[in-house]
Every structure is written in C-alpha cells, then in structure tokens.
Design a protein. Sequence first.
Length: 485
Amino acid sequence: MQLPDEAITYHYQSLLVPAAEDWTAAAELRARHCVSQAELRDLTPRLMQVRSQVAAERELRQVPAELQPLHAGFIDLPQRYLDHYRRHGDDSELGRILVQASRLRDDVDRVVLLGIGASYLGPRALFEALKPLYHNEMPPDARLGAPRLYFAGNNLDTDALQDLLDLLQQTCVEPELRGERWGVIVVSKSGDTLETAAAYRALRREAVEYYGNHWERLRQLIVPVTGPHGKLRDLCRADGYREDEVFTIPEDVAGRYSVFSPAGLLPAAVLGLDVRALLLGAAAMTRRFLDEPFERNPVLQYAGLNHLLTTAHAKPMRVLAVWSRKLEALGQWYDQLLAESLGKQGQGATPLTAVQTRDLYARGQLHQEGPRDKVINNLVVKTPRTPPIMIGMADRNQDELNQYSRKGLPDLVDAALQGANRAYAEVARPTADLVLPLLSEHVLGQLMQMLMLATVVEGRLLGINPYGQPGVEAYRRHMRAALKG
Ligand code: PA5
C-alpha cells in the first residue's frame, strides 16, 4: 500500500527492554518496567486475532447478546461518506453538511456549539488543533469568513452560561447585520442529556428574544445534530424541521466515536476546515489498521504496547504528553475516549493530558521520580505550520541568549523533548513518541481514527466492551431521580 507523505508513526522502541544490556542498576529497572521482546512476540498472535474480530464486527447484522452494545459503524464511516459524496454530491450526507455549513457561514458571525462529552470534545479538538488559537479574537477578514465558535452545554454552570449570554447580548444588537447574528449547533446523540438540553432551552429562549418567534427563520440559524430517535429529534419535529434539516449521527456510531459523523464534521466545515481531507486521513488509517502487518501498523503497536504496560507492568496511568499547546483539547478528547471506553469492571488505564513544555514545570518532577505507575506517550508535531520564531541577536545579552541566536522555538522544543526522554530513559520511565508530520486535516483524521481503533483493540484485549457507558448512565439516572425528589 502506498502511504501518503503525511503518515503518522509510533516510535515505541524505547518502551522495549534493550536486546543485550550489561547489568547495571538502570538496566535492572528497565528489565522490570519495560516490555520484553518475548512479551511482545507472545502478544502478536492475539493482536492479529483481535484485529480480525474487530474487522468481523463491522459486518455483523445480528449482534449476539454478549457483544452488545456494538457500535462499530465508525470504522468504515469516513470511506462511506467519501464514496457517497463522489456519487451523489450535494445529495449525500457529506454534501448536505457542506451546503449547510456554507449557509451558516454566510448567515452568522458567531456559532455556539452545545454538547457534552464526545459531542463537544471532538469538535473542540479539531478547532484548537487546526484553527489559530486566537481565532475568536481575530477580525472577520482574518477569519476568512469563518464564524467565531463558542462551546456551551458542557456543564451546569449558571455563571458560565450567563457570561456567554451577556457576550451575545452586548455584541449583537442588530439582527439584520451578519456581523451581529449568531447561530447554534446543538449536538446530542441520545437527545436526552440534561446539560445540553438545559443550555439549548436557554439559547432557544435567547434566540426567540433576539430574532423573534419566527421558526422559519430560526430553523436556518439553529442546526440540530442527533441520533435517529430521541427527545431532541422530537422537539425539532415540533419546531417544524424537515427530516433532512436535522443531521443524524448513525445508530451504529457511539458518541465518543462520532467525530467523523455530522457531530464533528459540521462544526469543522463551518470553520472552513477541509473535511474531505479529515475523512481521507481517517479512511487511510482504517486501511492501515486492517491491512498492514504489526511493523507498519500504529494502531496495533500503540494498543499492544500500552496494553502490556498497563496490565503486565503495573502502569495504570496513561500520560499523553502533547508537545503543542494546540493539541491540549485533543488530549482531553482522548482522555474521555479512553476513560469512558475502558474504565469498566475494575479495569482501564487512567488517562492524563500534559501540555509540554508547560507541564514539565508542573508534573515533570512527579513523572521523573514519583510512583512508577505511568507510561508516557509523547505526541510530537514534527513541522510547525508557521515559520519558526527565532531567538535572534539582541544588544543587551544579560539573558545570555545570543549564543542561541540562530535557533528557533522548534529547536528548543526538540532539545526539550530529547532532554525529557533521556531523563526518563535513565530512570526507566517508559516513554514513546507518536509523531505527527504536521498539523493538518489529513493528519488529524489519521490520529483520531488511530486512537479510536486502538481503544477498541485494547478493549477487546482486556475482554471489555469498549462501547456503552453504564457508569455514566447510573449518574444520569440518579441525577434525574434527585431532581424529581
Ligand atoms: O461517548 C459517549 O457516548 C458520551 O460521552 C456522550 O458523548 C455524552 O454522554 C453526550 O451524550 P449525547 O451526545 O447523547 O448528549
């Protein structure tokens, strides 16, 4: 298979016990805390078997009770959307997403995205990774027609929601001007999540007050994304939405695996991101997962190595150390994916996102010398999107930086990464690098699909169903009971 130039790679050699190492205290520690070649060799047939199982689960029409719930639809969804788009253009799901996104871009200068859990974290990860960090503060021209994007409905904080309403009220006073119009994308697969529903009610009220109670008009400014059934869909019908005005998260795609459904694609398209490149990246990763041997298969490598470290080497803490501030939200998305998928039956690694080098000054000490309960996966971007900011020469050299004048910030990042990895290796703290060639739609598509597939593989290795979230359902049930009580 011809891999695209932008393929991501997992450098896991440093997680392995070196082949022939003389005895030293450090070598002894490495033998205990890293994965041996034999362990990896023994796991490989099981990994291959799990891959076949996951591949077969995509085809199941009648799901046996022991596999329920099964939401394997996300695996083929990117390619399916691309194929339909090629054949049916604007009439395909992707075509409709693109048309609606461009309407919303034409209509409003601010969009509020309501959603919680995956319905919020996926779009936010794309927003922060692929748009400028200060997108919302930029003047309209610099945003190239993309609206500002705000997130709400992801908590029950009255002050936070009021702050947003105040912002809308104070900046938007003339609904006839595009620059003072705002819209809403409300995302809830179940359509039954109180956080999102309560915020939606408040925003609906606000919209009626601002634009008037004209649902013909409001239906153009408020775009719902939900599952095939549920209270949100019922409410939309009551508001007069046609079926094709409500975007559908397919039944067989679960919330935290839904970033390449309309839940993530619509906000991405509204922001002007290249959603076809996102889908191409995701589809390429699915093919790599299904076709490639272990040596070229980052899904199997990541799942296998991290599984062994968690289960056989007592490393219950999974640190994703992102070496770009722009990947912090991606880290939070992965936190939720891993925690909610595998935190079941007394098992599952605890995810933790660190933003480097910032958090080297917060958690670095703990990672270096604290409990030996962590595996660290560095998420590294090889080439920044913008030209390097150089240290440069200065007349006053009291800070002694002139010696580095020809270096740029990316050189400092390289040095810091090497420094951290060497320091961890010296004391046998297992650390690997997941390398992204750059931050682009195609790369983010690969990365997110890779982490979703790896989570499913890890679940199957553990004997845990990676879909469903019975623990969260318990919280929701008790909360509703408490409200009624
Ligand atoms: O992964 C999941 O299914 C959950 O995290 C959901 O995304 C979260 O509970 C929000 O649910 P909903 O989209 O149904 O409002």
